[in-house]
Design a protein around this ligand. Structure first.
Ligand code: FMN
Ligand code: EPS
Length: 358
């Protein structure tokens, strides 16, 4: 029913934003896989809400309880079950939203899909809160990938009107990618983080929100990983990344700009360098035929502006069957992008490991 994904490393997520808690069941981790709780905590803290002015003011520690599947710091190979309690719900903020649908959120579509039985408080199962389990799995995957010399990193390529430089498509160092994980608004160009923060704070002041773009790179991926057609690496990454709430677009390598190039410009010339086949450009984002070609895997993800904004909006009261004006009260991210960065990295690491376990 949509809550499970992965072929070799299958994860099921569960829970609602204002219920008792959320969590995951992860199946397929090879026995003996290290489960480094300190590193997982660091990664979870990068996403957790309520830590700065750019975030929703809901405060959750995202502390996790490993119920099964880990013994003496290593995966047993049997299902790994994790619970993440909810503790700071303000459910009264949502009493009006039982009847009045938020434009841009899942309220109306979810109500129809679940015949009115959905828990609408805090967005229920559609909430961005359900991305905490993804970060748990991504942290486990990052540890395994690091042992294989594979590092995933990301930066904020755009927030509103402010853009950052882009990654060198031919590759960034593992150290640079890892260093980006240490900051709240990871950017490549000096001074851009404060401009982006100002853009977010201005939107917040206007009871509005802003979106942006996250650019992701994975270095160290060997060639030959992935499958053609329906299980291509592009398909699998897109499937998992479009599952992240608020993600509305993905482009690999030169992406949509490829449409305006000639073949002579778009093709990545091939060469043998340092004893391996490489390309001198990376317009294809490290993937051809759905399979890694040994160049860095590179893509960009578009994240929409947060739908819940305080400004008056035209919408519908579905109980009365009437148009109405909605002013949303409550605690919302004025921009989802900063907290989506660790989520997008995590999903990438999970999918890459899933493919490598084939
Ligand atoms: C980390 C994260 C935080 C989010 N925070 C909010 C929020 O505070 N308020 C809100 O309305 N939407 C927030 N969203 C987005 C909604 O959950 C999402 O837009 C909604 O479920 C509809 O899904 P869609 O945008 O993919 O169509 C967040 C998403 C993520 C990934
Ligand atoms: C709780 C989290 O983010 C939430 C994601 C979210 C949404 O609609 O997606 C709406 C807000 O929920 P609430 O109204 O309950 O404060 C955010 O705070 C989280 O990321 O852990």
């Amino acid at each position: 029913m949509g809550a499970t994904f992965g072929r070799n490393l299958r994860m099921t997520i569960f829970g609602e934003s204002h219920g008792k808690g959320i969590g995951l069941v992860l199946d397929g981790l090879p026995p003996g896989t290290p489960v480094n709780e300190d590193f997982i905590k660091e990664e979870m803290a990068r996403r957790a809400p309520g830590k700065n002015r750019m975030s929703t003011q809901r405060r959750e520690t995202d502390a996790f309880i490993i119920e099964s599947g880990v013994f003496e710091g290593k995966a047993t190979g049997t299902p790994l079950c994790v619970l993440i309690p909810n503790s700071d719900q303000h459910s009264k903020d949502y009493s009006l939203l039982k009847d009045v649908m938020r434009p841009g959120h899942a309220d109306y579509a979810g109500k129809v899909r679940y015949r009115g039985f959905n828990d609408y408080r805090g967005g229920g199962h559609f909430s961005g809160r359900l991305t905490a389990p993804l970060v748990f799995t991504g942290a486990v995957a990052k540890t395994v990938l690091a042992q294989k010399g594979i590092v995933v990193g990301a930066h904020v390529a755009r927030i509103g009107t402010i853009t950052d430089a882009l990654f060198n498509p031919l590759g960034e160092t593992a150290e640079r990618l890892q260093a980006l994980r240490k900051v709240t608004l990871p950017v490549l160009e000096d001074g851009k983080a404060s401009l982006m923060e100002a853009e977010i704070m201005a939107a917040r002041k206007q009871m509005d929100s802003v979106g942006g773009i996250v650019e992701v790179m994975a270095v160290g991926m060997p060639p030959g990983i992935g499958d053609p057609f329906f299980d291509s690496l592009e398909s699998s990454l897109s499937h998992a990344l479009f599952s992240v709430p608020a993600v509305k677009g993905i482009e690999f390598g030169a992406g949509f700009a490829m449409a305006a190039l000639k073949g002579s410009e778009a093709n990545d010339p091939m060469t043998v360098a340092n004893g391996r086949v490489q390309t001198t450009r990376n317009n294809n984002g490290g993937i051809t035929g759905g399979i890694t070609n040994g160049m860095p895997v590179l893509f960009r993800v578009a994240v929409k502006p947060t739908p819940s904004i305080g400004q008056p909006q035209q919408t519908v009261n579905v109980t009365e069957g009437e148009d109405t004006i909605l002013e949303i009260k409550g605690r919302h991210d004025p921009c989802i992008v900063p907290r989506a960065v660790p989520v997008i990295e995590a999903v990438t690491a999970w999918v890459l490991l899933d493919m490598l376990l084939e």
